[in-house]
Write a protein that binds this ligand. Structure first.
Ligand SMILES: Nc1ncnc2c1ncn2[C@@H]1O[C@H](COP(=O)(O)OP(=O)(O)OP(=O)(O)O)[C@@H](O)[C@H]1O
Length: 933
């Protein structure tokens, strides 16, 4: 008895205010069918919702039951299936409505009372069975069985030959009176999982489904057996975990609840839009509700809402969903019971298309074995143990009664079977014998199980992904990558192309930052596009440069003023003192703008003209003995005398190398290899810091090209313990690393194939791009982050001193003999005022001279750092700042400004003096520090 399509009935119920709640009503009933709710976006306005019925807070359980539920319960006696489910957010009154209390019983007790009443007054012999189960964290548990008897994974959900859903292994209880049912039901309710949350003291943590099956034989009329079913469902409430403040366990439950409710929404949406795929299988709850949502069951949804303003948004969402659900159309039919059910093999054949030979074999073997197997699989039980009710793939919640088939469809009897389940034909000659059939059946069963497992595992994987996303959504931390993960490759590609198109347009318009954001979006969808990644890196560098330029423009005016002051004769900066080295005023530097000076001065303390540099290289190569002039220079440094900064017009004194003679022998004869040669090789092998420093130095000495100096500048700044910490430094460092990598990549692409000597140099230098990991190496070596204070420096120095001591011991020397390191250590232990500070260049130099054996030593890492620092100090004092800046890729104007600022400070003893004196006044200072440090 099929009916025309019926829309799901939607009834709304407002719960009364609880004692603990503020009575600020936001929901009211207008007439019988309209619900008026304050608009959450504009609380001065109301929104109206239409439902089949609306009940205010004062309406009792009996009214709702009689008006809306009772007719559905009655329909069960016509062989129909009906489903009533309560939907709403946590604490809205679902459990109260469906279950009720002892004094105010809800729909379940009332419906069962009604059914037994009907049975009493009807001459037909009704067989009433109930099952009760919950879906907790996507697993089905029998509530009629003690909780600890259930396994962790719960019961499987299956589909029978007529595509009806059932829970395999679920117990069904035959009940003959309401009292009997009530006793069982009360016990079963105790098995249900509830917990106290912030929003509900007795919050249901699972969806609970009670199924009542009423079966009877029409002895008076057709003689057929009919079966009506009633599903009464208390859904767990959706939860906003920002408000529930759920802990880990509750969160896991909540996540499963929300996810299944989300799928419910998807199902409703798909049904309304006529989608080809309805995602029933995406959650156990929707799978079980399949017949009730768009199926052949009559459906009714009770929407429970909380009355207060606090739940306004939730209420609004619930009502929107309910409105959509009203559009779902079911096609209810009466269910006739067909005595014989299909075997597992038949079902497999029917659904999975197993081969004809297999089927014949199984049929030949007779239905008995198949029947027995099915019975074991379903694992049905019965309170009275009557064999006639052992198992059946009948419907949701029915595992131990005969299966029902819809009247409108052809009987679910396999075409080659008689009604008693045996084959219509005798086994044919050549067909498999029973043993063979057993074997075939085993194979088929195994295949069946394998397929089920696969589909189960696939669906679990999807669940997990959805759960992950939902978890992030709950924590308001939407990880877009997780969402992108869900897209198909085609969608990803398409989306990526869309972003790319926009990005290119923006880039052409010069809107670089927006373009960058679009490119980055595109990359998210197509991470395999290496070219795009490279383009993004370039664009980032370009943006940074632009920013730098604009920041320069904003600082320009002030700095130019400082520079002017410095230039004035007699002004504070003009009497700057220096340790040694040539004058390096702005004017002098300008001449050298394109000069390929390399970072030699960082090693040897002084910048020199190309001629002097060549001479120095020669000297280094020939290990010449120190010339008299060099010795003289060193002597002066040893005295630590501070000299006035020479005017830019004055001739700068020749540069002095610390451990190498600065000038070639006067007679021009190649000098004999001497003891002063600087080697870093050993230190380089020891740790990454030394290795970086070593490489840098090697490059600077032998190559001396601007590109090499990039490497040095990075090496020194990122490995120096005196760098300025903080985000700005980090970003600056990152910026430089990226710029460097970009330029190195370009150089590689353009020059490495060339046979020129420059390319050969590059090939040696550009082994690997510098990565941020190098910075971690530095932290590892120094054992601390950036040293912002002298204390930090001291701890760094302590570490260095300790290392030096150990090294000295290994080499059989006294710790103090290591020059700077030994002295440093001594000073630290004496607690002198300058403890922890690096030696001045002059001191270092003097000690080296005084102790040739120490100077003969290979330079240790600590020494190298100290020399670098001392050299930087010297550079600052001698006004060579601009040159360094240029090497850093800083523009000419900017470099001049920085130079002026540094000079305004006056002579410094240690690099950190800059920091203290200028007190990080602006970005300019940070630039200086990060460059020098
Ligand atoms: N109509 C009503 N009359 C009186 N009290 C009610 C009514 N509806 C709900 N309550 C009370 O409100 C509280 C929350 O109700 P209930 O536990 O039924 O919410 P719920 O929607 O099932 O929540 P959850 O989804 O967390 O399980 C309970 O204390 C219940 O007694």
């Amino acid at each position: 008895m099929a009916t025309a399509g019926n829309k799901i009935k939607v009834v709304c119920r407002i719960r009364p205010f609880l004692k603990t709640e503020k009575p600020d009503s936001a929901v009211s009933v207008e007439g019988d069918t309209v619900l008026r709710v304050t608009n959450p976006r504009d609380t001065t306005k109301d929104v109206k919702f239409n439902f089949d019925s609306c009940y205010g807070a004062k309406v009792g359980q009996d009214v709702i039951y009689k008006a809306d539920v009772r007719p559905l319960v009655e329909s069960v006696f016509s062989g129909m299936s009906a489903t009533v489910f309560c939907y709403g957010v946590t604490g809205a009154g679902k459990t109260h409505t469906i279950q009720g209390t002892d004094t105010d019983p809800g729909i379940i007790p009332r419906a069962l009372e009604h059914i037994f009443m009907h049975k009493q007054h009807d001459p037909l012999d009704y067989d009433i069975r109930v099952s009760y189960y919950e879906i907790y964290k996507e697993a089905v548990f029998d509530l009629f069985k003690p909780r600890d008897s259930a396994g962790g994974s719960g019961l499987p959900i299956r589909e029978d030959a007529s595509r009806k859903i059932f829970v395999a292994g679920l117990s069904e209880k035959r009940v003959t009176s309401y009292e009997q049912f009530d006793a069982m039901y009360q016990r079963a309710c105790g098995n249900r999982r509830t917990a106290s949350t912030k929003l509900n003291n007795h919050s249901s943590r699972s969806h609970a489904i009670l199924t009542v099956q009423v079966q009877w034989k029409d002895t008076v009329g057709s003689g057929k057996t009919w079966c009506g079913r009633l599903h009464l469902i208390d859904l767990a409430g959706s939860e906003d975990n920002r408000r529930t403040e759920n802990g880990r366990d509750r969160m896991a439950e909540s996540s499963a609840i929300n996810r299944s409710l989300f799928v419910l929404g998807q199902v409703v949406e798909a049904l309304n839009t006529g989608a080809s795929r309805i995602p029933y299988r995406d959650s156990k709850m929707t799978r079980i509700l399949q017949d009730s949502l768009g199926g052949d069951s009559q459906g009714m949804m009770i929407v429970n809402v909380s009355p207060g303003e606090a739940f306004l948004q939730d209420t609004h969402n619930t009502l929107n969903f309910a409105t959509k659900s009203r559009e779902v159309v079911n096609k209810p039919v009466a269910h006739e019971v067909v005595e014989q059910r299909w075997s597992a093999v038949d079902r497999l054949q029917h659904h999975r298309g197993a081969g004809r030979a297999v089927r014949s074999a199984v049929v030949a073997a007779g239905g008995v074995a198949a029947k027995r197997r099915w019975s074991e699989e379903a694992g049905g039980s019965d309170t009275d143990g009557s064999p006639g009710h052992d198992s059946a793939p009948g419907s949701a919640g029915s595992s131990s009664t005969a299966a029902g088939s819809k009247r409108r469809i052809s009987p679910a009897v396999p075409p080659n079977r008689s009604s008693d389940g045996t084959s219509r034909r005798p086994p044919l000659a050549g067909h498999p014998q029973p043993q063979q059939a057993d074997f075939v059946q085993k194979v088929v069963s195994a295949k069946f199980n394998e397929i089920s497992q696969k589909s189960e595992s696939a669906s679990n994987q999807i669940m997990e992904r959805v759960m992950r996303i939902e978890k992030q959504l709950n924590g308001a931390q939407l990880d877009s990558n997780a969402v992108i993960d869900l897209f198909t490759p085609a969608t990803k590609l398409k989306t990526s192309r869309g972003w790319l198109k926009h990005a290119r347009e923006l880039e052409q318009k010069g809107e670089l930052e927006r373009a960058l954001a679009h490119y980055e979006e595109a990359l998210k969808y197509a991470p395999e596009l290496n070219k795009l990644e490279a383009h993004i890196a370039k664009l980032k560098a370009r943006i940074r440069r632009q920013k730098r330029r604009s920041s320069l423009a904003s600082h320009g005016e002030a700095n130019v003023r400082v520079a002017d002051q410095v230039k004035k004769p007699g002004a504070a900066g003009s009497e700057n003192m220096m340790l040694s080295g040539r004058a390096g005023g702005p004017g002098a530097d300008e001449e050298d703008e394109e000069e390929d000076v390399g970072p030699l001065w960082l090693i040897d303390g002084l910048a020199e003209s190309p001629g002097a540099e060549k001479a120095k290289r020669r000297a280094l190569a020939s290990k010449a003995a120190p010339s008299a002039a060099a010795a003289n220079g060193a002597k002066k440094k040893a005295n630590g005398a501070l000299k006035p900064v020479p005017k830019s017009s004055e001739q700068a004194p020749p540069a002095k190398a610390l451990f190498a003679p600065k000038e070639p022998p006067a007679n021009g004869v190649a000098a004999k290899p001497g003891p002063k040669r600087v080697k870093l090789g050993d230190a380089s092998k020891k740790n990454p810091l030394a290795s970086m420093a070593g490489k840098s130095r090697f490059v600077s000495v032998t190559e001396g090209s601007v590109h090499d100096s990039h490497r040095l500048s990075f090496g020194t700044s990122s490995h120096n313990p005196f760098v300025v910490g903080g985000d700005e430094f980090q970003s600056d460092l990152q910026d430089r690393i990226e710029r460097k990598n970009a330029s190195l990549a370009t150089l590689r692409a353009t020059k490495l194939d060339s046979k020129s000597s420059a390319a050969a140099r590059l090939r040696r230098v550009l082994q690997e791009p510098v990565t941020p990991d190098d910075r971690r190496d530095k932290d590892y070596v120094l054992g601390s982050d950036h040293a912002d204070s002298d204390d930090d420096f001291e701890s760094g120095a302590h570490a260095m001193a300790k290392k030096g001591k150990a090294k000295a011991r290994r080499a059989g020397r006294a710790p103090g003999s290591l020059g700077v390191r030994g002295l440093l250590e001594k000073r630290l232990s004496e607690g002198s005022e300058d403890a922890g500070r690096p030696e001045r260049l002059s001191d270092v130099s003097a000690k080296s001279k005084a102790s040739p054996s120490a100077a003969e030593e290979k330079l240790s890492l600590g020494q190298f750092n100290e020399i670098c620092l001392a050299s930087a100090v010297q550079m600052i004092n001698s006004g060579e700042v601009k040159k360094i800046m240029k090497l850093q890729g800083i523009g000419k104007r900017r470099a001049e400004q920085i130079q002026a600022s540094v000079q305004s400070v006056g002579p410094i003893v240690h690099i950190s003096d800059l920091k203290h004196r200028l007190q990080f006044k602006n970005k300019l200072i940070l630039d200086i520090l990060s460059t020098f440090a």
